[in-house]
Design a binder for this molecule. Structure first.
Ligand code: NDP
Length: 446
């Protein structure tokens, strides 16, 4: 892949890239099927991605007609890579095996290793015979919605497809590698004013937050809506905050340290709650929640923004869901896409039905939503919350940071890009948007 990297760095065009021979193998981050039981009996917090994530050479798979090979310049850590690397809630090899049974092209994915990663920026180096809209040389980012376009259930909202998958989590050949194999309908233009690592981190979390808040498939936020955002400087939260501010809403951001509170204020959020300082104890013990603590959070929110939140942006799950349902405004929406602290959630149903609230499940985004969310990045209306960058060789440490909530925003990973700061094609737009805004998280972390 070094020949591709050197050519890309030298500004090679599509014809030149298409003439470079493909390698037989490439460098990738993966977990191993025969290590799937390595953490048996270990507490979740002690399962260490640094032990399970390996970096080494894997064989280049054949390219299907509707696919492209992308030379990956940079990628990102998402929480799904943490889940894969700690084999929770179950080893992802079951997903690969199911895909393997679907078709001969699917069979390529069922391997003794799983190449992880659900974000990437890079350059198309080959396309399959059925690809029309992309060609070698195109600078791209990759979204992770992996659908079969011959499946009728994928033709309303593709997230409703029976066999919808997340690339690099429920499929093999993910983005934490020097090369990735993606369907052509996962490709989107790279934001020209961003570096490879700034461009690489957005698609998964930005698209998810966009669907949850902005899309007609989500909570359909309106101007003036108050939106409670858990983990407001985290991966999802840092985009949610920007979508709420852009859309004329009023974010109430919850974080867990004075540092994160300061960062949130720098993003333009006035209503900030430090959950650690407030010391909320929504659970008295493992089995019992405390309504008085839910009420205390509700009062704190009203004191900051004058009313209950119209929308609650929920993803911590078990620890917070009871409180989220309680504090949500009458007829409001709790929109949820995850359960980091536990998926067996509990809430008081009386508060839901008597006050006509809705709990809405959401999951990633369809191509249109991902594309529209990417346009906001391309236009400089949403900034990349990049706080740290690791080389691919240290992917285990990068995943460890996210697993233990030691990061802010997103962590980027350099794959073929030899250093940070490369890949900007539109310096004028960058200047217009403002270096300060683009690098806020990076400077804050430093
Ligand atoms: P991050 O770790 O980057 O951010 C999550 C934030 O949540 C943290 O910054 C933390 O903020 C907050 N948090 C963590 N635990 C708790 C808790 N017990 N109570 C309150 N707040 C908590 O992760 P992401 O934002 O990238 O992802 C969050 C979850 O969403 C993950 O489980 C992930 O797998 C899932 N996800 C699902 C997607 C989907 O399509 N369904 C897409 C993307 C993510 P602080 O400590 O400052 O409060």
């Amino acid at each position: 892949m070094h020949a591709f990297r050197d050519a890309i760095l030298a500004g090679a065009g599509g014809e030149e890239l298409a003439a470079i021979p493909l390698p037989e193998s490439y460098r990738a981050a993966f977990v191993l099927r025969d290590e799937a039981e390595m953490f048996a009996g270990v507490d979740s917090a002690d399962k260490d991605p640094r032990k399970s994530l390996h970096v080494g050479e894997v064989a280049l798979p054949e390219l299907a007609p509707d696919e492209a090979y992308v030379a990956v310049m940079a990628s990102a850590i998402n929480f799904n890579t943490v889940w894969t690397s700690i084999f929770e809630p179950l080893p992802t090899f079951a997903f690969l095996d199911r895909l393997g049974r679907e078709s001969s092209w699917g069979a390529r994915h069922a391997l003794p290793y799983h190449v992880v990663g659900s974000d990437a920026s890079g350059v198309v180096i080959r396309t399959g015979s059925a690809v029309r809209n992309w060609k070698p040389g195109d600078r791209v980012v990759v979204h992770c919605n992996y659908v079969d376009d011959q499946d009728p259930t994928a033709h309303d909202d593709s997230m409703l497809a029976d066999n919808q998958r997340i690339w690099g989590f429920e499929t093999n050949f993910g983005g934490l590698a020097d090369l990735t194999v993606v369907k052509a309908n996962q490709l989107m233009p790279k934001p020209a004013h961003l570096t490879w690592e700034e461009a690489a981190i957005n698609a998964l979390c930005n698209s998810t937050a966009y669907r949850m808040l902005v899309s007609r498939n989500g909570a359909q936020m309106k101007q003036g809506d108050r939106v409670l955002i858990w983990g407001a400087t985290g991966g999802l939260g840092s985009y949610a905050v920007q979508h709420v501010l852009n859309g004329g809403g009023i974010p109430i951001g919850v974080v867990s340290s004075p540092d994160k509170a300061a960062l949130l204020r720098d993003m333009g959020v006035d209503a900030v709650i430090d959950r650690k300082a407030a010391g909320y104890r929504f659970w008295k013990d493992e089995h019992t929640q405390d309504e008085a603590e839910w009420r205390r959070l509700g009062k704190d929110i009203r004191a900051l923004v004058g009313d209950d939140p119209d929308i609650v942006f929920e993803h911590p799950g078990r620890q917070t869901m009871g409180a989220s349902v309680f504090v949500c405004k009458r007829a409001g929406t709790v929109v949820t896409c995850a359960a980091t602290s536990g998926y067996m959630v509990e809430y008081d149903n009386r508060h839901l039905w008597m006050r006509l609230k809705t709990i809405k499940g959401s999951h990633f985004a369809n191509y249109r939503e991902a594309w529209d969310a990417n346009q906001l990045i391309c236009q400089g209306r949403v900034q990349p919350p990049l706080s740290a960058v690791y080389p691919l060789e240290e992917v285990g440490e990068a995943a460890y940071q996210v697993h233990h909530n030691l990061h802010e925003g997103k962590i980027g990973v350099l794959c073929l890009a030899p250093s940070e700061g490369l890949g900007i094609e539109d310096p004028e737009l960058r200047q217009q948007v403002g270096e300060e805004r683009i690098t806020l998280f990076r400077r804050h972390q430093a």
